[in-house]
Design a protein around this ligand. Structure first.
Ligand SMILES: O=C([O-])C(=O)C[C@H](O)[C@@H](O)C(=O)[O-]
Ligand SMILES: [Mg+2]
Length: 421
């Protein structure tokens, strides 16, 4: 078999419009940042990856690109090892906004991920097979996603309201869910909490339960609550929630909540790297892990995570940050080829109005994305859109995600606290 050698990597940071979505650490800025990674090879086949674009991450991506140039796209293990060398001594904990609230994931895994995805795109194109086939083969041809609700302002301060409008109470969240379900057909609902006092968020979940009987519901306050508050909310929502995501900070706190409630606890905050799995299992801290190939080291390492979860009887769901079409394609191939990923995956997709991929391949029907069957990821770059969103990156002035800093500019008294209630 002929090698397919990397001859060059292009990393293009882009910015796309993002609504004023509220979370436990502040509010989304007017633009979300992503980096588009294009890998070129000596066989003329190219591959795509998508990742975060905070300044520190971009610097690491560029160093990685130099180290990977000349390597064979099949040598994924050697690439991961090479990046461990390049990033040795770099804790990668700057840019706390990279993954939302996650600062303890592995820098090597975060940097490796978009290159691995691009190499799998190339391998798939060379073999004429979809990426899901390289991951063991699709076990489902459609991947269900959840309606991801946010408390939100009507618009960014000083701008006209967006077409979703404000959502600051249960009625508005029910209306938001109704629109998302009408437009996308979602069959599960997640509410991003940690924004309003817990009693209000309980009322919001109860309103959603009444409006959408039988639809699985999740609440994720991103560690905004103390252990006693978490236990009380879990008690009030027992039998109502499919799972409660990261109610409180840290493995010990989560274990303390888990001991007192039958409601399954899920996480994308206290188990975000392989080293966290053994202590989480030992403490019985979580019943569901949200995978995310962007920080678990790509698609193969996410499948390794799924095997570990399966072995230890933990469920598997999927986390998302604001993302574009290359990521959605990668998430869909991965989910299709992961038998124990039985929960509807998270996606921020409905919140974005711009993209870098040619439209048409990825679409939602009945809340699910059909797994692309073309070679590789199955998506193609729209070069005009890429240029436009790169220009937007250059002019928007944002260089790192900073939900707290943005909130403080609007409300100088705002304090970041975990737990808050
Ligand atoms: O499940 C989660 O924790 C997330 O989706 C993290 C994200 O950063 C979310 O909170 C957001 O976009 O504000
Ligand atoms: Mg979460």
């Amino acid at each position: 078999m002929t090698d397919i050698r990397i001859t060059g990597v292009t990393i293009t940071p882009v910015a796309f419009r993002d609504p004023a979505l509220l979370n436990a650490v502040g509010v989304h800025e007017p633009f979300a940042l992503r980096a588009i990674v294009e890998v070129a090879t000596d066989q003329g086949v190219t591959g795509l990856g998508e990742t975060y674009a905070d300044d520190g991450h971009l610097r690491r991506l560029r160093a990685a690109a130099d180290a990977l140039t000349g390597m064979d796209v099949y040598a994924l293990g050697a690439m991961h090892r090479a990046l461990a060398g390049v990033l040795a001594g770099d804790s990668g904990t700057d840019g706390s906004g990279l993954t939302g609230m996650i600062t303890t994931s592995s820098a090597v895994d975060r940097v490796f991920s978009p290159f691995e995805v691009a190499c799998l795109d190339i391998q798939g194109k060379a073999a004429g097979r979809p990426v899901s086939d390289l991951l063991g083969g699709a076990v489902r041809d459609r991947v269900p996603f959840s309606a991801y609700l946010f408390y939100k302002w009507a618009g960014h301060p000083g701008e006209a309201p967006d077409d979703w409008g404000a959502a600051l109470d249960p009625e508005a969240l029910v209306a938001q869910a109704r629109r998302m379900i009408t437009e996308y057909g979602f069959t599960a609902i997640k509410l991003k909490g940690g924004v309003r006092p817990p009693e209000e968020e309980i009322q919001a979940i109860l309103a959603l339960r009444e409006a959408f009987p039988g639809v699985p519901l999740r609440l994720d306050p991103n560690a905004a609550w103390t252990v006693p508050t978490s236990i009380e909310v879990a008690r009030r929502l027992e039998g109502v929630l499919e799972y409660l995501e990261d109610p409180t900070p840290g493995l010990d706190g989560m274990a303390g909540v888990a001991r007192e409630t039958p409601v399954p606890l899920a996480t994308n905050m206290c188990v975000v790297a392989f080293g966290h799995l053994a202590p989480a299992v030992a403490r019985g801290a979580v019943r569901v892990v949200l995978s995310d190939h962007h920080y678990w080291g790509g698609l193969h390492r996410s499948r390794l995570l799924s095997g570990i979860c399966d072995t230890f009887g933990m469920g598997l769901s999927m986390h998302s940050n604001s993302h574009l079409g290359i990521s959605l394609a990668a998430m869909t191939h991965l989910a299709a080829a992961t038998p124990n990923l039985t929960y509807a995956c998270d996606t921020h997709w409905p919140w974005k109005s711009e993209d870098v991929v040619v439209p048409g391949v990825l679409g939602f029907t009945d809340g699910a994305v059909r797994v692309p069957t073309g070679p590789g990821l199955g998506v193609e770059l729209d070069r005009d859109a890429l240029a436009r969103l790169h220009e937007q990156y250059l002019t928007c002035g944002l260089r790192s995600r900073d939900d707290t800093g943005y909130m403080r500019r609007i409300d100088p008294d705002y304090e970041k606290k975990s737990p808050r209630w």
